[in-house]
Design a protein around this ligand. Structure first.
Ligand SMILES: Nc1nc2c(ncn2[C@@H]2O[C@H](COP(=O)(O)OP(=O)(O)OP(=O)(O)O)[C@@H](O)[C@H]2O)c(=O)[nH]1
Ligand SMILES: [Mg+2]
Length: 459
């Protein structure tokens, strides 16, 4: 390490100066002591930060599933459907936005694959919602009403205290922190969702929110590909969490990790900003606590996957370890005392418990949830104009260099409108090809890692 060599050399020259200059023996001793301690601290800090480096895998571990249009009719016929369902949590007054999202996913994907849609509500369904949405789904539509205990405070909660905390968050302008129903929603999607009776028969879910828009045709079955490649969690957008919503979440998860002797893997380290403070100060900071800090004094970089889109293996979230993590978080009260979001809970769990090859970035999917989007651009020569099933191509965006999408209608030339820092950081354990230091410094992050064009040559 050139930095360590430089420090060693500078310290040696300082010692030499102290030996040759005329300073009292006492002063020289003191200075040497200070220098030795400073040197030891600096070395220790460098080793600490270096120990959080993410090793580079020998090859890219998460390539896109598809890089151009495929024949969706053939794809649907080639494989039996997985035990999978769309899930939409909605209120009766979300009817317009719910219809928009369902019509959109039917047009872009489900008209060929006919997966069921499970609609969930914490209140009785309005018959009009049921009538309209039932008619719009090409698979089976089911309308479930959640049990009271699935959409409320945990039994041990002091409700008066929790409501006061919610009000306080509202007064302090914490994003959606003042809405009790939003807290219930986040808690529900973090834990009770995975225990629903209505989901028991399924292995996979695809989360669909009212109002979202898929901007490209999805001409293969993502559930089949997830199963085939043994993936457990799929996402499209990765970005920073709103810090005020969850000051103590990272510590609570890290304490669970440490108590259960779950190792700090490269995936876990991808969520950590190691502290540059020397050991004693770092430990003191860890002991004193502080926002987003664990016991070692390191902090969470706040990166998480945006959970309004998720395709995931229910068995992962139904596992004893995940459920125990949820119980641990639930007992700590943070779903109400703070406004812990299910997106961050999921991302921390995924990075604590899964390997880099089990997480998939759907780089080929065009997706918009206000205000962020990802749109992969259209694959040159890959638009399959011969396929009648894909309809007329006249409304698609032009093909673009490096595009991997199918019949996308992207809002503009950009591949995404959120910075790629979290995507890059969270995917780094899976990435053989990474942006250079200079590219990062210039803010040039690839919109997806592991592009086929950037894959290593076969050895
Ligand atoms: N039934 C029901 N659904 C809810 C309630 N609150 C939120 N949801 C649903 O939960 C999901 C997430 O809620 P949103 O309000 O979209 O929250 P968000 O996506 O985190 O935040 P935005 O960025 O504002 O969209 C959506 O599917 C909503 O329809 C509620 O009180 N009852
Ligand atoms: Mg939303």
């Amino acid at each position: 390490m050139p930095l360590v060599a430089l420090i060693l050399r500078s310290t040696a020259s300082l010692f030499r100066i102290l030996r040759t200059r005329r300073v009292s023996r006492r002063t020289a001793f003191r200075l040497k002591l200070i220098l030795t301690v400073a040197f030891a601290c600096l070395l220790e800090t460098i080793f600490h930060v270096r120990s959080h480096a993410i090793p580079r895998p020998s090859e890219d571990l998460d390539a896109p599933f598809s890089t151009q249009c495929q024949d969706p009719v053939r794809a649907a016929a080639a494989n039996p459907r997985e035990d999978a369902t769309f899930v939409m949590l909605a209120r009766n007054n979300d009817i317009k936005e719910a219809l928009k999202a369902v019509e959109n996913i039917e047009r872009q994907f489900n008209q060929w694959f006919h997966y069921p849609v499970l609609f969930l509500n914490n209140e009785a369904w309005d018959p009009e919602f049921v009538r309209v949405l039932n008619a719009s789904v090409s698979g089976e539509a089911t309308f479930e009403v959640l049990k009271k205990e699935e959409w409320t405070f945990p039994p041990s909660t002091d409700v008066k205290h929790a409501r006061a905390k919610i009000k306080e968050q509202g007064d302090n302008g914490v994003y959606k922190g003042g809405l009790e129903s939003y807290h219930h929603m986040c808690r529900f999607y973090s834990g009770n969702f995975y225990r629903l009776e209505a989901l028991r028969k399924y292995r996979w879910y695809w989360r669909l929110e009212p109002g979202v828009e898929y901007m490209c045709a999805i001409t293969y079955d993502p559930f089949v590909e997830m199963a085939r490649r043994e993936k457990a969690y799929g996402f499209v957008v990765a970005l920073w969490e709103v810090p005020e919503t969850c000051p103590s979440l990272f510590r609570a998860v890290d304490e669970f990790r440490a108590a259960n002797q779950i190792p700090e893997t490269p995936m876990w380290r991808a969520l950590i900003d190691p502290s540059w403070a020397p050991w004693p100060i770092r430990r003191l900071k860890g002991w004193l606590g502080g926002e987003h800090r664990n016991r070692n004094g390191d902090t969470w970089n706040l990166c998480h996957y945006w959970s309004n889109f998720e395709i995931a293996d229910l068995d992962f979230f139904r596992s004893d370890t995940y459920q125990e993590l949820f119980e641990h978080l639930d007992r700590s009260g943070g779903f109400y005392d703070e406004r812990w979001g299910d997106a961050s809970v999921h991302a921390l769990a995924v990075h604590m418990l899964l390997g880099p090859d089990q997480v998939h970035h759907f780089a080929d999917i065009g997706y918009y949830h206000d205000p962020w989007f990802q749109c992969p651009g259209n694959a040159p020569g890959g638009q399959r104009l011969d396929l009648a099933a894909l309809g007329d191509n006249s409304r698609s965006s032009p093909e673009s260099k490096g595009g991997i999408g199918c019949r996308c209608q992207c809002p503009d030339d950009r591949r995404r409108n959120n910075r790629g820092i979290c995507l890059n950081t969270m995917q780094s354990p899976a990435a053989f090809h990474r942006p250079s230091f200079v590219q990062k410094w210039r803010g040039q992050y690839p919109y997806t890692i592991n592009m086929p064009t950037a894959r290593p040559k076969p050895r």
